[in-house]
Design a protein around this ligand. Structure first.
Ligand SMILES: [Zn+2]
Length: 152
């Protein structure tokens, strides 16, 4: 299980290697992503709270990257944070996510990105529920829910 200390280590010393890499030009991403997903994922935007389609999703399944379809989170680690964004306590695999220190807006936060295609997903905070104490706060637009038993 990942802890805040390990995440800070990833920020400082480098992220774990992904299973594979998906790289596209900005024009290619613009072609395949919905406009809101493009704004969030490739321009580091944030969707308005309580607007995301996956915010109140409770179906069993995996939350895949909307850009490259890599599984990022799953429904068993989703929790209701009350923030208005889908929230998780752990990634599905340790190397699914990359972490970077984000100093935007005068705050020091840890940005989380898809480790396969570098898409912006959201941020992670050290105020989640035990045992990990982590709260991954993720934009709905960055993910696609693959319901258990279905194929995308
Ligand atoms: Zn991705």
């Amino acid at each position: 299980m990942l802890t805040w200390k390990e995440i800070i280590n990833f920020c400082v010393k480098g992220n774990p290697k992904p299973e594979q890499r998906v790289e596209k030009t900005e024009a290619e991403w613009r072609e395949i992503l919905e406009p809101e997903a493009f704004r969030v994922m490739r321009k580091k935007g944030t969707e308005a709270p309580h607007t995301g389609a996956l915010c109140s999703a409770h179906e069993a399944g995996k939350y895949n990257c909307a850009g490259c379809n890599t599984p990022l989170f799953d429904s068993t680690i989703k929790f209701e944070s009350g923030t208005g964004w889908p929230s998780f306590t752990q990634p599905i695999n340790e190397n699914a996510i990359q972490y970077e220190k984000d100093n935007a807006f005068g705050m020091v936060r840890v940005e989380v990105m898809c480790n396969t295609c570098d898409a912006h997903l959201g941020h992670v905070f050290p105020d989640g529920p035990q045992p990990s104490g982590l709260r991954y706060c993720i934009n709905s637009a960055s993910m696609r829910l693959q319901e258990a038993g279905s194929q995308i």
